[in-house]
Ligand binder design. Structure first.
Ligand SMILES: *Cc1c(COP(=O)(O)O)cnc(C)c1O
Length: 460
């Protein structure tokens, strides 16, 4: 390569982040990024569950979230089997609608909710109340009342105010809700790093270090109206290894042992929360549910052995890891703009209203032209939305074919978690539908919002 050619190449890819490799072929789908039935046909068109994205776009419009039902069910089963003997709660805040709750129930999982709204969807979908756990740092009296009247299986208590409130409600109704104590263990994990501290400066849970968690457990154990079944911890999100869980499990089990020593009670359960990472780009290498389960079991067994404790029944609460990889968002390209030879801005017909994670967390995503294959050389592109914010970015950096053009369909994988559930109507853009596809059949499980929906709320 001549110096000139090298310079040209450098200009072309010079602004790509170091981890982003120019692919040998922009048409290739990396298996870890896509739901398992997605493939690129001989004509270059992506299909999922036996339907092409062209058919889906024509029939249902874009943007749309597309759920691969076979993939989603398989992930539910993998988690359930990996934690056989324990309990897997799907964290519904990642994405919650009736169809998804029904699938989760059919596949034998339990469900976490953290508001009255999520609880309403779960109950409407027919999830047995005994398999629902209610979380949250500020559950209202109405939410707690509804939860105990419905008979939810667990309430994860988060403050002394809540213990008082729940005690009063339970006494008034003559019921005895099962509760867990949310413990803050001073471990905060995010993606590839975690920090372990002695202090716990955050809104969730009872501090282990200050003694608040021990006090909360003690108060509940002395309160007939509540049944303490275990301790709960949740350390963060998009975590790739078990080292953060190891520290938090050891710390939480130290309290578990202290409760036995002080009160003579071995709590039957232990909940290690969610936060298991998924692949958003080629650089992410998530573990399988089976590997994670083996790692967590080993840590818990070791620690229990050291402290002479019976191993409690283990539960986990994956949200993202179950639904995230099962969904991609299908957009249509509206404009393509080359900016100073630095990169190409590819604008799609959605944006931060259907995926706020890039703007909110500086998240990285991937993308591919979905309606055709291309032999054009790759260009460094940024996929942006149609909103009135320059931070309205969907995919920060991706190599797309140099002939990407208006009218192309573009698919962004791994959008199942925290995209539709965090969607907004910013700029009065109606929220996209969610389609479930399997066996050659697509069905709308959440319909597209319309301008009439928006105006219906606007009663002034
Ligand atoms: C958010 C949350 C989860 C799910 O987190 P994921 O990253 O989606 O796995 C589980 N448990 C609790 C308490 C949470 O707050």
């Amino acid at each position: 390569m001549s110096a000139h050619e090298a310079g040209a190449l450098h200009a072309e890819i010079g602004h790509a982040p170091v981890w982003l490799r120019q692919p040998a072929d922009v048409n290739t789908l990396l298996p870890q990024l896509w739901p398992r039935t997605v493939e690129r046909g001989a004509d270059g068109v992506l299909s999922v569950g036996g339907r092409t994205v062209r058919e889906l776009a024509e029939e249902y419009g874009t943007p749309a979230y597309v759920l691969d039902e076979v993939d989603f069910r398989a992930r539910c089963r993998e988690w359930r089997d990996a934690f056989a003997g324990g309990e897997v709660h799907y964290a519904s805040k990642a994405f919650c609608c009736k169809a998804v709750v029904r699938i989760v129930a059919e596949e034998g999982l339990s469900l976490d909710v953290c508001t009255g709204g999520e609880l309403a969807v779960a109950l409407a979908a027919g999830m047995p109340a005994g398999r629902i756990a209610l979380h949250g740092n500020n559950k209202s009296v109405a939410e707690l009342t509804r939860a105990i009247e419905a008979g939810v299986g667990r309430i994860v208590v988060d403050s002394f105010d809540e213990i008082d409130r729940l005690t009063a409600l339970a006494r008034a109704r003559g019921v005895r809700p099962r509760v867990m104590v949310r413990v803050t263990a001073g471990v905060e994990a995010h993606t590839h790093e975690f920090i372990a501290t002695a202090h716990e400066d955050q809104k969730f849970g009872f501090s282990l270090a200050s003694g608040a968690a021990a006090k909360a457990a003690s108060r509940i154990l002395h309160e007939d109206a509540l049944e303490l079944v275990g301790l709960h911890s949740h350390i963060g999100s998009q975590i790739f290894d078990t080292s953060g869980f190891e520290i938090s499990a050891r710390r939480v089990l130290s309290l578990h042992a202290a409760i036995r020593d002080e009160h003579g009670v071995e709590l039957p359960e232990l909940d290690l929360g969610g936060g298991y990472g998924i692949a958003y780009t080629s650089q992410d290498t998530p573990s399988t549910a089976a590997d994670l389960a083996a790692g967590l079991r080993k840590i818990v067994a070791e620690e229990c052995g050291l402290r002479n404790l019976a191993v409690p029944r283990l539960s986990v609460e994956p949200g993202r890891a179950i639904v995230g990889p099962a969904v991609f968002t299908l957009y249509e390209v509206g404009t393509v703009k080359d900016v100073d030879g630095i990169r190409t801005y590819v604008s799609v017909d959605g944006g931060m209203s259907d995926n706020i994670r890039t703007a909110l967390y500086n998240a990285h995503y991937s993308a591919t032209v979905a309606g055709r294959a291309s032999s054009a050389p790759p260009i460094l592109a940024r996929v942006v939305g149609k909103h009135c914010e320059s931070g309205d970015i969907v995919v920060q950096d991706e190599f797309l074919p140099g002939d990407v053009q208006p009218g192309d369909l573009l698919a962004v994988p791994a959008t199942g978690a925290y995209c539709r559930s965090m969607a907004s109507n910013y700029n009065h853009v109606p929220r996209p539908p969610v389609l479930a596809v399997a066996g050659g059949v697509a069905r709308v499980i959440v319909r597209r919002e319309t301008e009439d929906d928006l105006l219906a709320l606007d009663v002034g």
